[in-house]
Design a protein around this ligand. Structure first.
Ligand code: C2E
Ligand code: MG
Ligand code: MG
Ligand code: MG
Length: 289
C-alpha cells in the first residue's frame, strides 16, 4: 500500500521515474528498428465540412504496433522520436506514404500530415514535400501540413521563409492544437495559414454548465473568419458537442462521432461507396431508427 507520508511518496515517485526512464530507453531503442521492421502504419480520420456534412479531407495519424508491447500511442513515442533524432526519418516516411495513399483515392479529398517542429526547422522540408508530391503525382493543393505553435519557438531564423516556400509549392498550412501552446497572436499576422485547428481540450468541456470554453471557441472562430482562415474543431464525440460546435460556426469538425482513424483500405472503401458523406455515428454504426 502507498502511505501518504512524504517519505513514502518520494520513494514511490523515484521508483516510478526510474521505471519510466528505462521504459523510454527501451522504446527509443526499438524505435530505431521499427521502420525497417515495418511496424508503422498510417491511419486516416475524416475531417467533415459542417455546411454539407461531407468529408473534405482526412488527417494522417501514425500508428506503431510494437511486436511485444502492442500498440503504442503517438502521444508517447513522437516526443521520444523527436529527442532521439528519429523524427525526420519517421516524418518523411509518413509524408510519402500519405501522399502515395491519397493519390489513389477517388475524388479530390485532401490529406493532412502532422509535421514536427524539428522536421520543420531542419530546412529539408520543402524539398521533401516537392519530392513526395512528384513521386506520388498528388496535386499540391490536396496536401495540408499541420504544424503546432512549437514551430515559432525554434532557434531557426528561417521559419517565415519556410512558410513562404511551402506556399509557393502550393500546399495548404494548418495551425494545429491552437490555444494550448504559448498562444502569441503575433505569428498569425504573417504566417500564411489556411486553417486553425481548435484543440480537443476546448471541445471536451464546452457543453458543461458554466464552461467558458464556448466563449473561447467563438473568439477563435471570429479571429479565423477575420483572417479568412477555416476552422476545424477536433475531438467531437457527442451530439451535444457537435450541435454546439455547429452553432458556434466552426467550419469543419473531426472526431469519433464521425469516425475513429481507420486504415487506408477503409478510406478507399468509404470513398468508393460514397458513404463518407457522413451522418453522425456513421458510416460504420448506421442508426437503425
Ligand atoms: P493531433 O495532430 O492533434 O491529432 C488529433 C488526435 O486526436 C489524434 O490522436 C486523434 O486520434 C485524436 N482524436 C480524434 N478524434 C478524437 C475524439 O473524438 N476523441 C478523442 N479523445 N481523441 C480524438 P493520436 O492519433 O493519438 O495522435 C496524437 C498526436 O500525436 C497528434 O495530435 C500529433 O500531435 C501526433 N502525431 C500523430 N501522428 C503523427 C505524425 O505522423 N507525425 C507527427 N509529427 N506527429 C504525429
Ligand atoms: Mg494534427
Ligand atoms: Mg490537433
Ligand atoms: Mg493534439
Amino acid at each position: 500500500g502507498s502511505k501518504a507520508n512524504g517519505r513514502g511518496c518520494t520513494t514511490f515517485f523515484s521508483q516510478e521515474l526510474l521505471e519510466r526512464a528505462k521504459d523510454r530507453r527501451g522504446i527509443e531503442e526499438d524505435l530505431r528498428d521499427a521502420l525497417t521492421r515495418n511496424e508503422f502504419e498510417v491511419y486516416y480520420q475524416p475531417i467533415v465540412r459542417c455546411a454539407d456534412n461531407k468529408a473534405t479531407g482526412v488527417e494522417a495519424l501514425v500508428r506503431w504496433c510494437h511486436p511485444t508491447r502492442g500498440p503504442i500511442s503517438p502521444e508517447l513515442f513522437i516526443p521520444i522520436a523527436e529527442e532521439a533524432n528519429l523524427i525526420s526519418v519517421l516524418g518523411e516516411w509518413v509524408l510519402r506514404r500519405a501522399c502515395d495513399d491519397a493519390s489513389k483515392w477517388p475524388g479530390k479529398i485532401r490529406v493532412a500530415v502532422n509535421i514536427s517542429p524539428i522536421q520543420f526547422a531542419s530546412g529539408l522540408l520543402p524539398n521533401l514535400v516537392v519530392s513526395a508530391l512528384a513521386n506520388s503525382g498528388l496535386e499540391a493543393n490536396r496536401l495540408e501540413l499541420e504544424v503546432t505553435e512549437g514551430v515559432f519557438l525554434s532557434e531557426s531564423q528561417d521559419t517565415d521563409q519556410t512558410f513562404a516556400t511551402l506556399k509557393r509549392i502550393g500546399v495548404r498550412l494548418a495551425l494545429d492544437d491552437f490555444g494550448t501552446g504559448y498562444s502569441s497572436l503575433g505569428y498569425l499576422r504573417t504566417a500564411p495559414f489556411d486553417k486553425i485547428k481548435i484543440d480537443k481540450s476546448f471541445v471536451y468541456a464546452a457543453t458543461l454548465p458554466g464552461s467558458r470554453n464556448s466563449a473561447i471557441i467563438a473568439a477563435i472562430v471570429a479571429l479565423a473568419d477575420a483572417l479568412e482562415m477555416e476552422t476545424t474543431a477536433e475531438g467531437i464525440e457527442t451530439e451535444d458537442q457537435l450541435s454546439l460546435i455547429r452553432d458556434l460556426k466552426v467550419s469543419h469538425v473531426q472526431g469519433y462521432i464521425y469516425s475513429k482513424p481507420v486504415q487506408n483500405a477503409v478510406v478507399n472503401d468509404q470513398l468508393h461507396s460514397g458513404n463518407w458523406a457522413i451522418t453522425p455515428n456513421g458510416p460504420s454504426h448506421q442508426r437503425s431508427d
